[in-house]
Design a protein around this ligand. Structure first.
Ligand code: GLN
Length: 540
């Protein structure tokens, strides 16, 4: 390829082990470059064969993050969204499955004109095209491409080869490599550099010389060790960065900044180093690490063992805390626990100032959530129901206020005589799995005087969805007659978007996922108000 690309490419890879926080590294670098006035895009390459994360269990892979255009993506996109203002869409999340699917479809359509279709160049070209499609935009100065998995995995080979080719084509100044590795310490605290040495060698073997290394470790790595690593990896000492554990992930960009990682990268790319505007971000870290008061929220869900399953929920709650100068203490309650006949609710929710029921699929733990909602309603505890959590609110109300004993969602009980949450007529005809899902951003209108209207301060809102079932329109009138407030609907009034309990200090259920749009520098208004209501409950 000739000519200098206007856009700079930064490839983020990982070595030694997975889950080192490559996504956080990519997001932190994007934040630092963004605060220097550069327009940065982020892209995640996932080397698995699933076409998207939509069909993956939250237990295996953590939360499914949804973009405005309805892509079901890896949770790293959530980090990108929280750390930067970069636009995120379907094109920012690439999987092996998508790439192969596209190539095979082209082959079937005869587009390869009879040639043998191969991993190199056809798969690698498809990957490169997808990277270039995001970067080739007059609004982009730099693009950060994160390669999931670990260098050395069979799965990531085509992605690394595509990166190697791009670095070769664009030249070192325009395309650089950042490798995240582990520097473990053994008993006695001795630091081990060998795994990093091997990890870098492995990257070099595929033809990529890293420009910068992020050394993940529990404690800061001292300069002698950094120097030693620099020596045996051919990475300049300035580019060997200690990425030690921080009390909050929001501190990670500041840790890099203090070690001048961003100025180093800009120098490598021959780009002017502008002033970095980090004041707001420093305030975020200050607020998280030194809150002036505390509030305790119980989250009653079903995927409690894996923290990442509700990643954006934890983050959005934290943002609600930041907006209210409060630190959050989270009580994770596995909803199945609440199903036992001798579950002591008063003991479980003792000192709890608000209850949140997040989204979910499948029957396990549903009765426990319904009981938690009842407890919140009867004890006038602030309640926030998200997606499934809103449907739970409706089922509970139908059962215990309207007296419809068997009220349920047809997701969990197909033969209930009171299907208050159900598939819509037109949905039941769609058979292909996933085809019935309402995905991505939809507009809604909020009702005057409601908690949602107060939170947003506007009538029209747009939020992201990921669900299949809806509040039944037949049940809507009886529910309203008994006091349930339908506080937002789709603009045509056909679908319920949110509901509230009457005479409650604060109780909102929403059919959408506000957690995906919350940022540490700007808490989502519903999370802000939920935490505020919980703080007020704590005071009373
Ligand atoms: N299982 C419910 C539905 O499909 C809720 C989905 C969710 O919480 N994301 O409608």
């Amino acid at each position: 390829m000739s000519g200098r690309p206007a856009v700079r490419y930064l490839f983020v890879t990982g070595g030694v082990v997975s889950s080192l926080g490559k996504g956080l590294t990519a997001a932190s670098i994007a934040l630092l470059l963004g605060r220097r006035g550069y327009r940065v895009r982020l892209q995640k390459m996932d080397p698995y064969l699933n076409v998207d994360a939509g069909t993956m269990s939250p237990y295996q892979h953590g939360e499914v993050y949804v973009t405005d255009d309805g892509a079901e993506t890896d949770l790293d996109l959530g980090n990108y969204g929280r750390f930067t203002s970069a636009k995120l869409s379907r094109s920012n999340s690439i999987t092996t499955g998508q790439v192969y699917k596209a190539v095979i479809e082209k082959e079937r359509a005869g587009e390869y004109l009879g040639r043998t279709v191969q991993v190199v160049p056809h798969i690698t070209n498809e990957i490169k095209q997808r990277i270039l499609a995001v970067a080739n935009n007059p609004e982009v100065d730099m693009t950060i491409v994160e390669i999931g998995g670990t260098v050395g995995d069979i799965e990531s080979v085509p992605f690394l080869e595509a990166c190697r080719q791009l670095i070769h084509e664009f030249g070192k100044q325009n395309a650089i490599s950042i490798h995240v590795t582990l520097v473990p310490s053994v008993t006695g605290g001795e630091i081990k550099t060998k795994p990093t040495q091997h990890a870098v060698k492995e990257l070099q073997e595929v033809g990529i010389q890293p420009d910068a290394l992020i050394l993940r470790s529990a404690k800061p790595i001292d300069d002698d060790v950094r120097r030693k690593i620099s020596l045996f990896t051919n990475v300049e000492e300035e580019g060997v960065i200690s990425g030690y554990d921080a009390p909050t992930t929001y501190e990670v960009p500041l840790i890099y900044y203090r070690q001048k990682l961003d100025t180093f990268l800009l120098r490598k790319m021959n780009v002017e180093s502008r002033h970095a505007e980090l004041g707001k971000w420093q305030n975020v870290v200050q607020a998280v690490t030194n809150p002036s008061r505390k509030v305790k929220i119980a989250v009653v869900g079903k995927y409690m063992e894996l923290h990442d399953s509700y990643k954006s929920i934890w983050e959005a709650l934290c943002h609600g805390g930041i907006a209210n100068n409060a630190g959050l203490e989270i009580e994770k309650v596995d909803s199945s626990r609440l199903e036992s006949p001798d579950a002591d609710f008063d003991a479980i929710f003792k000192d709890v100032h608000g209850i949140l029921v997040p989204g979910g699929f499948g029957e396990r733990g549903i009765e426990g959530m319904i009981r938690a909602a009842r407890y919140a309603r009867e004890h006038k505890l602030p309640y926030f129901g998200i997606c499934l959590g809103m449907q739970i609110m409706v089922i509970e109300y139908a059962r215990n206020v309207l007296g419809w004993q068997d009220a349920h969602s047809t997701e969990f009980n197909k033969t209930t005589t009171h299907p208050v949450v159900c598939l819509l007529e037109e949905q039941t005809r769609i058979t292909s799995y996933g085809g019935t899902m309402r995905l991505g951003a939809y507009e809604a209108v909020t009702m005057e005087g409601s908690f949602v209207r107060k939170a947003y301060g506007s009538e029209k809102i747009s939020e992201r969805h990921r669900h299949r079932y809806e509040v039944s329109n037949e049940a809507r009138e009886p529910l309203k007659e008994h006091g349930l407030i339908i506080s937002a609907t789709t603009p045509n009034g056909e679908l319920v978007e949110s509901c509230e309990w009457p005479g409650h200090p604060w109780a909102v259920g929403v059919q959408f996922h506000p957690e995906f749009k919350s940022k540490p520098t700007q808490a989502h208004p519903l999370f802000r108000d939920f935490v505020r209501a919980s703080l007020e409950h704590a005071k009373s």
